[in-house]
Design a protein around this ligand. Structure first.
Ligand code: 26V
Length: 819
């Protein structure tokens, strides 16, 4: 009785209503008639939690008792999106809730929109982590997600005169009903100070770290419900709080203000998510964040998840930590420190355990995105960890010298310590040396990781490297975001596909069935109307009817080439206003952009400004006869993606080949019946292989061609000179046409393209424009188009994150679901 959780409320409309009203009265302290929408939303969230609670507690008991290996997913970001619908779906409560609320005179749809999504991530990497924990729960894999509870997530983007202006994301302001704070389980995290040698009782020389300050890490637990399987895993996000020591100082010291400042300093650690996602700034606070969540997570797992007295020599039997990029890599020296300094392991024993406990996923190829922490900073913040890193490096370099005698250049290349521009620790090298397995996130990316980023390491340890192609959760990105398509699929092939997405293959024969095509097209049309309604209400944007909906949504980065999409639009516009073609020649098309720029990334922000300026001009041009429109809703996020992606006809995946590690938006679009125009990059390669060349619009240089052009010397100016249409396009921007006559407003963007163009947009321009013409040709034949979109859905079941998790389980974690 003491350990068994109490039962759930009854799984019917009556039980639901009773529970809901109870929550409204006792939690919100209001009656139904006096309640606000926010009261009702919070009470609804509590009600759903109550249904999931027994399963959550049981999952914990069952997993602990089984003493099986747990996956510890270490990620600085989780881009979760709204929780309510997902929780309703996972607990099979959606219909019951809808009916129950209706009895109370409430429309579920009105409550849904009350939720502010937890945007605790920048983009692809954070959203991937959210998809992965969903799949692990659904596949009954014991796992804990560890991360940071940022008080402010990714900024809210607004536009002022077309320029991006960032606003704080106050996602906690109206209450956070999905989290369970556990201040009593807080753990201490130490920083600073120095190290000392001392002799232990047996006369053995040992080291201890004498830190100079510390903070409390308070866990906030979130339910991660599996889909209809009774498992509820945990996501544990850490929040920084000043320790008691600070409080005591407040009482004891005369300098109250100073003590409060110290408290604020400690609590700053989890205050805000860094919005840069490609150029690490080497900021001290960011390193504090990384160590903060990693130290708390290791401590939590060892002290609270393992049974007391557990022999840490056997730690790899019970945990495998996945390092989501290099952000949590400081966990490696931290585990070494725990084993050696706190548990008396000798170095070799500790290393043996540590290297079996970690695997590393790399998510980039951009050299400037690889984290290098200055040794000066590391030594100041984490002196013991720096010592340990130096020692790991020494041991590693002796292995290198042993394996390749006389090759001192190689040893220098492979050193974890870089000397220029300042001494720093290359975190990707540390991760690669420590990890049992290193993986890229799509086949091409994994190949390039081996060949270009870590070639010396892949020669030394070829078996260490592997690929796991990314995936997305079909629960959120098909079932919840596209209910009409889901219904059509279930109607056609029966239930069960949501947890076995390869079954979408069974749709293939229906691509040739005109009746099915008609229903499929009707779903797309309905989704477009849903988007139209949303954009009108959310942004005051009016989407025209009957247009090809051409969508490019992702972070703004030069390598992703939003500028290439923009050149295409300006080129069409220029041809019409200069009379080269008539508006009637245009396929009616609306281009939707969604993109946030890192606040310090000038070129990206200027590109946003340019897109908005071009949009203003194009949208108002009578010459175009309403046949070309641009919509750029501000603040693209998971919630907007859920309505936008199912409405899209065309998915823009146009990064320079070899730059986009995988992409996951590309998968979401294909699964929702959009066709892709894309380069041979990231997971596009695999999407195209699966859907077939005829149903994918490939253009541009492939990676070897990009490399060859780079080696030969690329001159964007010659593309401009050689291509009259490209010239006319850029000249129109330079003329001040989009900037009220200001000829220099967009110099940065245009001259960058003309003189540098690191990502070769001009080189791919003609191929892109030509391929867009092919898109229009196919679109003109609606039957053929719809057939292609059906085949895209039918053939992309591979991109379920359930499959990604299966690959990690088999190839990396060597564990299996709980039976
Ligand atoms: C990098 C950094 C650098 C330091 C400052 C903070 C920060 C925050 C995040 C990141 C991650 C950038 C890497 C990233 O998001 N990669 C994306 O990962 C996706 C999932 O694997 C993949 O689909 C995208 O292609 C890849 O760009």
């Amino acid at each position: 009785l003491a350990t068994a959780p109490v039962g759930s409320p009854s799984h019917n409309v009556d039980g639901f209503v009773r529970e809901f009203l109870h929550e409204l009265n006792t939690n919100q302290g209001v009656t139904l008639s006096a309640s606000s929408l926010n009261d009702q939303y919070l009470a609804l969230a509590s009600t759903v939690k109550n249904y999931l609670m027994a399963r959550w507690l049981e999952t914990g008991l069952k997993t602990r008792a089984a003493k099986v290996k747990t996956v510890g997913y270490l990620s600085a970001e989780y881009l979760l999106g709204r929780q309510l619908d997902n929780a309703l779906l996972a607990s099979d409560l959606a219909d019951i809730a809808e009916k129950g609320l209706e009895l109370c005179g409430i429309d579920l749809a009105d409550l849904r929109v009350q939720e502010v999504e937890p945007g605790l991530g920048n983009g692809g990497l954070g959203r991937l982590a959210a998809c992965f924990i969903d799949s692990l729960a659904t596949m009954d894999v014991p796992s804990i997600g560890y991360g940071i509870r940022y008080e402010y997530g990714i900024f809210r983007q607004t536009f002022v005169d077309g320029r991006q202006v960032e606003q704080p994301d106050t996602w906690l302001a109206l209450g956070a009903p999905w989290e369970f704070p556990h201040p009593e389980s807080a753990v201490q995290v130490h920083f600073g100070g120095h190290t000392e040698r001392y002799a232990d009782d047996g006369g053995q020389e040992r080291t201890r770290w004498v830190p100079s300050w510390n903070v409390l890490a308070v866990p906030y637990n979130y339910m991660v419900p599996g889909y209809l399987n009774g498992r509820v895993n945990t996501l544990r996000l850490w929040s920084a709080q000043a320790t008691k020591a600070f409080d005591l100082q407040i009482f004891n010291s005369g300098d109250y203000a100073q003590a409060v400042r110290a408290q604020t300093f400690a609590e700053n650690i989890s205050k805000v998510l860094y919005p840069e996602d490609s150029t690490p700034q080497g900021k001290e606070l960011r390193l504090q964040q990384q160590y903060f969540f990693v130290a708390a997570s290791l401590r939590d797992f060892i002290d609270h998840e393992l049974e007391p007295g557990f022999d840490l020599h056997r730690l790899p039997e019970r945990i495998t930590f996945q390092l989501n990029d290099t952000h949590p890599v400081i966990a490696v020296p931290e585990l070494m420190r725990i084993l050696i300094d706190e548990h008396g392991f000798d170095w070799d024993e500790a290393w043996e355990v540590t290297r079996q406990c970690f695997d590393y996923t790399c998510h980039t190829l951009l050299p400037e995105a690889l984290e290098v922490w200055p040794t000066e900073l590391l030594g100041r913040l984490l002196p013991r960890h720096l010592e340990i890193i130096f020692q790991i490096n020494d041991q590693f370099l002796s292995l290198v010298r042993q394996t390749y005698p006389g090759d001192e250049m190689l040893a220098r290349r492979m050193s974890m310590i870089s000397e220029h521009p300042e001494r720093g620790v290359r975190m990707a090298f540390l991760a690669t040396v420590a990890a049992s397995r290193v993986n890229g996130v799509a086949e091409l990316h994994s190949q390039l990781l081996r060949d270009k980023v870590l070639p010396d390491f892949s020669s030394l340890w070829p078996e260490k490297f592997t690929n796991v192609t990314n995936g997305v959760t079909p629960r959120r990105f098909v079932r919840l975001s596209n209910p009409l398509l889901s219904e059509l699929i279930t109607d056609t092939i029966g239930a069960g596909w949501l947890t076995d997405l390869e079954r979408l293959k069974e749709l293939e024969p229906y691509a040739d069935d005109p009746q099915f095509r008609e229903r499929f097209a009707a779903v797309k049309a309905a989704n477009k109307h849903r988007l139209t309604d949303l954009l009108r209400a959310r942004d005051g944007i009016d989407l025209p009817d009957g247009h090809l909906l051409d969508v490019m949504v992702k972070r703004l980065h030069e390598y992703k080439r939003q500028s290439l999409k923009l050149l295409h639009i300006v080129s069409l516009y220029e041809q019409v206003i200069s009379g080269k073609i008539s508006a009637a020649d245009l396929t009616p098309r609306t281009v939707v952009f969604g993109a946030k720029a890192a606040p310090g990334y000038r070129m990206a922000k200027d590109t946003i400004h340019l897109i908005n300026k071009v949009a203003a001009k194009v949208n108002a041009a009578p010459e175009l006869e309403e046949r070309l429109k641009i919509a750029f809703p501000a603040n693209y996020n998971v919630t907007l993606a859920e309505t936008l992606i199912p409405a899209a006809d065309l998915s823009e995946q146009i990064s320079l080949a070899g730059m986009e590690a995988s992409g996951t938006g590309n998968m979401k679009f294909a699964l929702n019946g959009a066709l892709t125009i894309g380069t041979d990059d990231g997971a596009n390669v695999e999407i195209r292989r699966l859907v077939g060349d005829k149903h994918f619009f490939l253009f541009g240089m492939d990676e070897p061609a990009v490399s060859a052009l780079g080696a030969k010397g690329y001159n964007p100016g010659s593309c401009y000179e050689a291509n009259p249409q490209l010239k006319a396009t850029l000249d129109l921007i330079l003329s001040g046409h989009f900037s009220d006559g200001d000829r220099h407003l967009f110099d940065s963007v245009v001259y960058n393209l003309l003189n540098q163009d690191r990502f070769m947009a001009l080189a791919d321009f003609q191929a892109y424009v030509d391929t867009q013409a092919k898109v229009e040709e196919r679109y003109a034949d609606q039957e053929a188009w719809t057939r292609s979109t059906i085949l895209n859905v039918a053939r992309t079941g591979y991109f379920s994150s359930d499959r990604s998790m299966r690959d990690y389980l088999q190839r990396i974690w060597h564990t299996s679901p709980m039976l």
